[in-house]
Design a binder for this molecule. Sequence first.
Ligand code: HEM
Length: 129
Amino acid sequence: MTTPVATAPFIRLGGEPGVRALVDRFYDLMDLEPAYAGIRAMHPGSLDGSRDKLYWFLCGWLGGPDHYVQRHGHPRLRARHLPYAIGIAERDQWMACMIQAMQEQAVDETLAQRLAESFFGTADWMRNR
Ligand code: HEM
């Protein structure tokens, strides 16, 4: 009997184009939805750089190519978020924005649920207030 090999979320999301589409929807929503205005205001006027960085990071985080590390070295995510005041409200806005993006990109429900749990762990770890 063979043990089924878990397919990396990166593949299940559709590889690079799928991850890019999810990140683009995430930042489109952050720009559009008043509910996310609090975290939108922490970001630069143009979200182009933020889109690229989150896309590169998530490719590796989801089990695909390590684009972020190749460009920026170790992510040091918590340290890189220290300039921004992140408390429970900001964490919850980030999570709601990502969950909405996954729904709108029609990410499989079981996968979306699992990813939401993993995202939550990282988002909660980013809290510095
Ligand atoms: C908890 C709420 C969060 C808030 C309010 C937040 C906010 C921000 C802000 C304002 C930036 C700077 C954007 C820029 O330089 O263009 C940033 C960068 C970044 N964030 Fe977050 N973030 C949160 C959670 C997360 C989570 C959960 C992840 C990953 C799963 C993540 C991944 C990143 C990455 C990869 C960068 C780029 C870092 C760099 O190279 O400078 N963030 N975030």
